[in-house]
Unconditional design. Structure first.
Length: 532
């Protein structure tokens, strides 16, 4: 069995307590590697190395040189994308097609911010005092602690790390204890690219031992966290005690909204790709489906037909549509959410339990599940499941005329808990479309506006607010559509049919849901790890 070490100051180092944790393959259930079970002393050692690099060779590099190193790193990521994807699949059980797309796409983040490194500009500020020259200059914060989740480890790390390095910061990374291997396999690429020792460090272990120590460390200037809203709130509270900068990416409860004049076949495939292709383990999973009342029954019938044909099994095989749930605790939680939905009165029309049929190994598979008859006061409508579970709503509509037709979805949103983290709409009335309902706030991050956009049989995802359970809050940009553009019936024979097509659409977008250009456009200072 492979045994990993922490990567600190450019060296591979055993944990101070000389203990390790087993990491298992979610598909087989078998342990395949050991990762360090670190403690606060390992965190202190890593922060000291990062601080020394910040004040030493790395801190003295010109921005253009930092950019060159990031560009070299991007080339190395592309060259090693297959290996990194295989490690991620072995560690988190997600589909190889998705993970390969993500690891390949990750290079683009480092390449983009490599180009931005020498373009962080200050400003000369006008003043009425003739003997004063007033200007601003942005400087690196210093050491940034980065805590990443288990569902897309390297992609979500890139969103934090690429901008921070471009701005001249150093990093201490704490990956999820369930999926630490890919981050450790990633570290040698920094040495190959020519980064000075200590610029990037990785320490693995439990959140209570490593994550808490990293957030509380006095020499860490900023924390970037992806995880549940409960954990995010604790991170925010702890970081506030030392006035750290904090960015949080927490959970979501995203709706797909379909109107009667949409291309229904394309919308069905979009709804399926949004919730089932990644086994629902993504913060922008389309876990709520708001259907206009007039199309609800026939839409759900087609949805059940296509989703029911899903091939479940080995995530490394190209024909697999649905892989295992990544962790055993999450597997139990998904089944508990399904049971709760039944108790509260929702009607299960597909799946609804563990999958033990052909292709299942390891005991962590959940059937693609669809509920109808869901109301907003139900737990499944309020809380993020983070699994292959879809809740369908009948929504009423009204039409107004004020120059051009307008249609509004009046299905109400949750009164508490998560807000909308993404809204996908399908309709052909491109003149105007709006989603009505109040959007709640959460204590762990500032609210962001939610929006629904329309197009000719297409959909756009709009990032928004924090929610419950793993994944979300500070994302920006509008990712590519999960629903294919309107196609005439004559085009259909040339398309991949059923779930194959839905999965193809999912993997073509899941790794690219908020591109680096849109992130920097939204907030060039904070995206680069700088004070706003």
């Amino acid at each position: 069995m492979q045994r990993y070490q922490n990567y600190i100051g450019g060296e591979w180092i055993d944990p101070a307590g000389a203990t390790w944790l087993e990491t298992s393959n979610p598909y087989t259930g078998a342990a395949w590697a050991e990762i360090p079970r670190s403690d606060p002393s390992d965190v202190d050692r890593a922060v000291s190395a990062a601080l020394a690099a910040s004040r030493g060779e790395w801190g003295s590099l010109r921005p253009s040189r930092r950019g060159q190193l990031l560009l070299r790193l991007a080339d190395l990521i592309e060259a090693n994308a297959t290996h990194l994807a295989e490690i991620e699949v072995r560690d988190n059980g997600k589909l190889y097609a998705e993970m390969l797309l993500q690891t390949t796409y990750t290079a683009g983040w480092y390449r983009y911010y490599g180009g931005m490194a020498d373009k962080v500009e200050g400003a000369v500020i006008p003043t009425d005092k003739t003997n004063i020259f007033n200007f601003t200059r942005y400087e690196p914060l210093g050491v940034v602690g980065m805590i990443t989740p288990w569902n897309s480890p390297l992609l979500l790390l890139a969103w934090k790390l690429a901008a921070a390095l471009a701005a001249g910061n150093t990093a201490v990374i704490k990956p999820s204890e369930f999926t630490s291997a890919s981050a450790l396999e990633f570290m040698p690429l920094f040495e190959q690219a020519g980064f000075p020792p200590g610029v990037v460090n990785t320490v693995t272990g439990f959140g209570a031992d490593v994550g808490a120590a990293l957030v509380a460390h006095p020499d860490v200037a900023k924390i970037a966290f992806t995880g549940s809203d409960t954990a995010g709130q604790k991170v925010y509270e702890s970081a506030a005690r030392t006035f750290k900068h904090v960015s949080l990416e927490l959970g979501g409860k995203s709706p797909n909204i379909v109107f009667e004049d949409a291309d229904l076949e394309a919308a069905v495939m979009g709804a399926i790709s949004g919730i089932f292709a990644a086994s629902g383990q993504t913060c922008l999973a389309g876990s709520r489906l708001l259907l206009q009342r007039s199309i609800h029954d026939r839409f759900v019938e087609r949805l059940v037909e296509v989703a029911g044909s899903a091939r479940i099994g080995d995530p490394m095989l190209p024909e697999t549509h649905v892989g295992p749930i990544t962790t055993e605790p999450q597997y139990r939680k998904v089944l508990e959410c399904i049971a709760t939905a039944r108790r509260e009165g929702a009607t299960c029309v597909l799946g609804g339990g563990a999958y033990t049929g052909p292709g299942a190994q390891g005991g962590q598979f959940v059937q693609p599940t669809i509920f109808v008859g869901v109301s907003n006061d139900m737990s499944i409508a309020q809380n993020e499941v983070f699994g292959p579970v879809l809740a369908s709503f009948r929504s009423t509509t009204r039409t107004r005329r004020s120059g051009s037709p307008m249609m509004c979805a009046t299905a109400s949103l949750p009164e508490s808990g998560p807000g909308i983290s993404a809204a996908s709409c399908a309709c052909r009335n491109s003149s105007a479309l709006a989603l009505s309902g109040s959007i709640p706030t959460a204590p762990s991050a500032s609210p962001r506006p939610s929006a629904a956009t329309s197009g000719a049989g297409s959909a756009e995802r709009v990032a928004s607010m924090p929610s419950r359970n793993t994944c979300r809050s500070s994302r920006s940009g509008s990712p590519p559509s999960p629903v294919s553009p309107t196609r005439s019936s004559s085009d259909r024979p040339r398309l991949r049919s059923g779930l194959d097509r839905a999965c193809a659409e999912c993997t073509s977008r899941d790794g690219a849901d908020a591109g680096p250009a849109s992130a920097m456009r939204s907030s060039p200072r904070t995206a680069a790890g700088l004070p706003p």
